[in-house]
Design a protein. Structure first.
Length: 432
């Protein structure tokens, strides 16, 4: 390792250990690298500005964050929960099953695991613990696991970032995540059903069939949003970024005009939260652009590619190694850093081995979702703990069965590429 890279790593790790935000830690490492290698520090600004403002696709990110915040603030979730409870409440562990279903539906509006955990995940967790019907740790763990489905369903923010990194079609990535998302939801519901039978968790009262049309009608406007997004993207009417703007306008009309659950003054907190979240992501991306410049300048991607290709790994063997690497990294690094710093090094290697970049992207995103729920540092664990007040120890005791279930789904998606590629190929995307 060169002196410059050693200084980069030392400053980055030192800042991170001291508690500095990950974006600032990467920027500090980048500054230290440029100074140590006698380069123009203005490259930090150049790399950041070029990276952030030369990508039309990135505009979609704050728009989808705004949609999620609007849906959370407008009370739309209540309609979705009522309809979801009518569908799955009668099964063993009915409220836990609702947690999965509601997150699956809401993910079609948010694209963010954290938004899903803070929206339907929090509401259902409180429903589960009311009156002591479910242990608090199990309710929180269910919300953590269910929220991981979100970024596999369009509009997925991690898939937008991956498309930018790997130069793949956003539309193809959105379609590729649908079947794995359904598989993840189904696997979690089966696991919940088995646990519910063993621990005698309650079922909810069945909803009469005659009431279903009315409940569906109440929930239909928000349910239509994912279909609207996919329809306008795949019909060619709009690009993913334009579709994000349409989704934001749809959420506004739904909240202010159709349901009238929000008034104009209530938009201020929504916009504030959107700006805060976007700024946080932007800071991490700025640090990643500078960090990646240093890594590329030192020839690390080429050296890594040569090393991995020299091992003569098969496509499956390479993907299994990536799965292991991602899960290990998830213990110490957040998923955005993995996506923006580590994944750009691996994409060329995967393509060189002959792995479809869209399939590789889905494997990467599933890995990151497992990482979000992985003790001891999974972000969703701390988000749900902070929202529900459940001690982390109780969540840690309940989460392993869900982790194992998600890893099983990850392995299935790894070994069966067609689960991710069938839908993109069916609509005519050439994913290579």
């Amino acid at each position: 390792m060169s002196v410059g890279l050693s200084i980069l790593a030392a400053v980055f790790l030192g800042a991170a250990v001291l508690g500095s935000p990950i974006g600032l830690s990467m920027l500090a490492g980048g500054f230290a690298y440029l100074i140590a290698t006698h380069q123009d520090v203005g490259l930090v600004v150049d790399q950041t500005m070029n990276g952030l403002y030369n990508s039309y696709l990135l505009i979609a990110v704050p728009l989808f964050i705004f949609v999620a915040n609007m849906m959370n603030a407008s009370g739309v979730i209540e309609r979705l929960l009522t309809f979801g409870l009518a569908l799955v409440g009668r099964y063993p562990g009915g409220l836990a099953q609702l947690n999965v279903v509601s997150n699956l539906v809401f993910s079609g509006m948010s694209g963010s695991a954290v938004a899903d955990a803070a929206g339907p995940g929090l509401i259902v967790a409180r429903m589960m613990t009311k009156g002591g019907r479910y242990p608090a740790g199990f309710a929180a763990a269910t919300s953590v696991a269910s929220a991981t489905i979100g970024p596999l369903v369009p509009p997925s923010i991690p898939m937008i970032f991956y498309s930018l990194i790997a130069n793949t079609s956003v539309g193809a990535m959105f379609l590729a995540g649908l079947v794995p998302a359904m598989l993840m939801a189904g696997a979690l519901m089966v696991a919940i059903g088995i646990i519910a039978r063993r621990r005698d968790f309650p079922r909810e009262a069945p909803t009469p069939f005659s009431a279903m049309p009315r409940l569906l009608w109440r929930a239909l406007p928000p349910l239509a949003l994912p279909g609207l997004l996919l329809g306008i993207i795949y019909s060619g009417i709009a690009t993913p970024t334009e579709a994000a703007a349409i989704a934001a306008a749809y959420a506004l009309v739904l909240s202010l005009v159709v349901y009238r659950t929000l008034r104009l003054p209530a938009l201020i907190p929504v916009i504030r939260d959107t700006v805060r979240t976007t700024a946080s992501i932007g800071l991490i991306m700025s640090g990643a652009f500078v960090f990646n410049y240093a890594i590329a300048n030192e020839g690390v991607p080429g050296a890594l590619q040569a090393l991995l290709l020299s091992l003569n790994l098969s496509a499956t063997g390479f993907l299994l190694c990536i799965n292991l690497l991602m899960l290990v990294l998830a213990v110490v690094i957040d998923e955005v850093t993995i996506l923006l710093v580590v994944v750009p090094l691996l994409v060329p290697v995967a393509q060189g081995i002959g792995i479809d970049p869209v399939h590789f992207g889905v494997v990467v995103v599933v890995n990151m979702m497992v990482g979000l729920a992985l003790p001891p540092h999974g972000l969703l664990l701390f988000v749900v703990q902070g929202l529900t007040g459940t001690p982390l120890g109780e969540i840690f005791r309940e989460i392993p069965v869900f982790i194992l279930t998600m890893i099983l789904v990850l392995l299935i998606v790894t070994f069966v590429p067609d689960l991710a590629l069938a839908l993109p190929h069916a609509v005519g995307y050439d994913t290579r």
